[in-house]
Design a protein around this ligand. Sequence first.
Ligand code: SF4
Ligand code: SF4
Length: 510
Amino acid sequence: MQTHISTEQRQELRPDIETNMETMAALLAMERLAAQGVAAVPNLLAHVAGDQPVLVHAAMRLLFALLPTATLPTRWSAGEAAIVPPDISRENIQPLVQPLPAWIRDNPFNLDEHAGLCRLCAEQLHGLPAAASRTRFVQRLALFAGAKHELSAWFVSQGLASEAEELNRAAAALAAQQYPQQISFSPSMRCQLHCSYCIAGADNPTSAEQEADEKQLVALLTWMEKYRLTRLGLTGGEPTLYSRFPQLISRLHKAGLEYYAASNGLVEEPALAAILANPPLCITLHLTPEVLYAPSAYQRFTATARRLRQAGIYAILRCNFLSPADDALAYLHSAQACGLHELRIAIPMPNSQRGNSFVDIDQLAAFAPLLHRLVQEAEKQGMQVQLSKPFPICCMPEQVAWHFLKNGSLACVCPSYLLGFSNNLVVYPDLHFSACLGLNRRSRQPITTCAGPGAAAQVFAPDIASRMRSPIMTQCNTCPLGVRGQCVGACLSYRPAAACAPFSHAHKQD
Ligand code: SF4
Ligand code: SF4
């Protein structure tokens, strides 16, 4: 579970509880100005330098939308973007799917290593007399993950060395909070459902795979302790079907491990009681068509969701749209009926074996009307829609892109490149592992034989690095977001595997 804005930053940016008329007027004026485009940037930056949290928060969100190249983190290593053009493999590259929209193509803040933004920020700094307000402003600028190196270099060139240091410190602290080291574990690959798009189970519907036994579980937890990993994601299959699920949760609790979980919501009472007794950081409830359109299963799903919410557990509704004709609003309304304020969505992508149903890249643009309808309705209802998997920004209507840029979900999709490619490792019941759920070819060896997650990830690093540099469309080569490694377009599993990929392991799913 990764967040674009950390809890601490959210606290700092949290709106005042009492918003007076003057503040309301300023908020409205800001929204109107931002609707006119990038001309609003200087005014919004002045608010970011201010001391009213509600205005700072609103201004930052609007800036996220107006300045995508400053907002989205790059997948290239530090300094690489400036000197190495993307190494483009033309194999499997798609012809044009959707022309690059003008708001991305012609944004003047994309130019000259964000010189315009750097200049405006330096001006704001020079105008702030108190050291505390200068520090606060610089710490807020750390949220511009895509421009932090350029801002820091600019500050140094302007005689603002201590501000540059503060920015670097704040950016490092933020990254550590946003992307803690974690492991996903599938204790069982079993599931009650049969979703054709499932990236985890569709290759193996009979699910003959044994669940993890006691020895394997102990080995994994001991390995995590040895490498000081304190966060575990539980996934599957349906993780609550693991026969020792309650014991697993209580063991995590005793070991002081944080966990989060993904479930289809059809949770049996002992498993639910275990979750309620030792709550996760977050639980993602996947609502599938097989449940949504089956009254008794749906009733069970909503009952689970309500009990989690009543217990104050942070729960999110998650769904996949396999067709542009899917009834997206039905999922939004289900989230509301369950008391959930956040809906996470994805368009199904292939797994490594391409054994599941997925949407071809040239069909992604057809989902624009669905996304537009969904985001429009969500905004009316005060709900957040977040993207769970990458989707080409150029295939979204501008209002949709703004929604995702403002809520940060475009910044956290496909985190495989983080922490030396170790941030998204998935461990299966047999303790063999894969790079992530999509790139689900398994390692030859159990993770417990590796000297930590970084060493484990090296098995996949060349393959992921090569896929990241394979654009999905020809226009990615000239798109400001593509060139800077800030838009992955679609899941890496669409790309061809690198010739060097060391996956000769003859696992039954291969
Ligand atoms: S390749 Fe990226 S988007 Fe695809 S499953 Fe892995 S982390 Fe997610
Ligand atoms: S990088 Fe490619 S997919 Fe992303 S916005 Fe640019 S052209 Fe579209």
